[in-house]
Write a new protein. Structure first.
Length: 357
């Protein structure tokens, strides 16, 4: 059976509040080691947590009131403290299921006990004899929460990073110029609605001139708005951060692929052939062109190419073992390279295994 609209809204509100508590828990874990800055942030987080806990308390009070109202004439046989404790336990369990490792919701505040009946509120029965409804499935009576508490609950559905300064109903987004009641405040003081701040980070991944994202020449760190971005935007931005921060970039030589392969080699001695995981094309890490044998100089090495041209013009032969050019200035074809390899200068085959030997 579907939940009443008010019950569904209350459940969704509680879930949103738990997610805010989880976000707060993550931010506490990332507090800076600098003692003055850490103390200031901890004080701010304590205030936010107090507001969140007060909202959770309002939800519990409403559910407890609903249970008592449903008990009717049997209300005197129910211990109010037990009802409140049962609702607190259920609320903490729902929080843990959402991934919150530690809750400090506080002890239940309930009306004074009206009797010493059953210690388990779920075992109390109504006048018709059916089981009393569980606090977990009940919804708060709208009249049991004051207007100010109800307004506070509504405000808490807005993610902390999008809440406006106290006293501001709306601000103007610096990009689209539309008024908005939910906006991120950049380090420079400008406001962005969630759509525009997401676009700013997405564009920075496709245009390196826009990286890192900034406003008024002040960078906007990813960690400040991570909770506002969709997972795919975060993943793409982190990949591009590695790429854009690499000084000597290497890309796949396949023009239809052009995937980032990492850092290029700074000397020809350190070069290697890098295989692209996307298209399997092999690229030389030094000249950034198609891969070639290690003993063959890169086409971009002008001096090495001039030596190869000179050797070809003079009929010099390369050692089959170390590939260094060897010039014969007389004698027979039995040639011993400085690397120790003995070969025939006439055909390049190992000495003694050809017709010249």
């Amino acid at each position: 059976m579907a939940q009443p609209a008010s019950d569904a809204n209350e459940t969704e509100l509680e879930k949103t509040i738990f997610l805010q508590l989880l976000d707060l828990e993550n931010q506490r874990a990332e507090l800076p080691s600098n003692e003055p800055a850490r103390s200031e942030l901890e004080s701010t987080y304590d205030v936010i947590e107090d507001v969140i806990n007060a909202t959770l308390q309002s939800i519990r009070d409403g559910r407890v009131a609903k249970v008592i109202e449903g008990a009717g004439r049997n209300a005197d046989s129910i211990r109010m403290d037990d009802i409140a404790q049962a609702e607190l336990d259920a609320q903490e369990e729902r929080g843990r299921l959402l991934g919150i490792s530690k809750l400090s919701i506080g002890q239940p505040d309930s009306p004074s006990s009206a009797g010493s009946g059953s210690s388990n509120p779920l075992s109390a029965t109504n006048p018709e004899g059916s089981d009393l409804e569980s606090p977990i499935s009940t919804t708060a009576d709208p009249g049991s929460i004051s207007p100010s508490s109800s307004q506070a609950n509504t405000d808490k559905t807005v993610p902390p990073l999008l809440r406006l300064p106290t006293g501001s109903d709306t601000v103007e987004c610096i990009v689209c110029k539309d008024p908005t009641a939910e906006a991120f405040k950049a380090p420079c003081g400008c406001f962005y609605d969630q759509k525009c701040i997401t676009k700013l980070f997405d564009k920075a991944t496709t245009d390196e001139s826009l990286f890192p994202p900034k406003c008024c020449n002040e960078p906007i760190p990813l960690e400040k708005i991570r909770t506002l971005l969709p997972p795919e935007s975060i993943q793409n931005f982190e990949k591009k951060t590695e790429e854009f921060n690499t000084p000597n970039k290497l890309y796949c030589t396949n023009e239809t692929c052009s995937k980032f392969l990492g850092s290029a080699s700074t000397t020809e001695r350190d070069k290697s052939n890098i295989i692209c995981r996307n298209c399997s094309t092999s690229t030389c890490s030094f000249c950034k062109n198609e891969s070639h044998a290690a003993h063959i100089p890169c086409k971009t090495d002008v001096a090495a190419q001039q030596v190869l041209t000179l050797g070809s013009q003079n009929g010099w032969m390369a050692c089959p073992s170390c590939h260094h050019l060897v010039e014969k200035d007389g004698g027979c074809n039995d040639m011993v390279c400085r690397c120790g390899y003995e070969f025939c200068y006439g055909c390049g085959v190992k000495w003694g295994e050809c017709r010249h030997g």
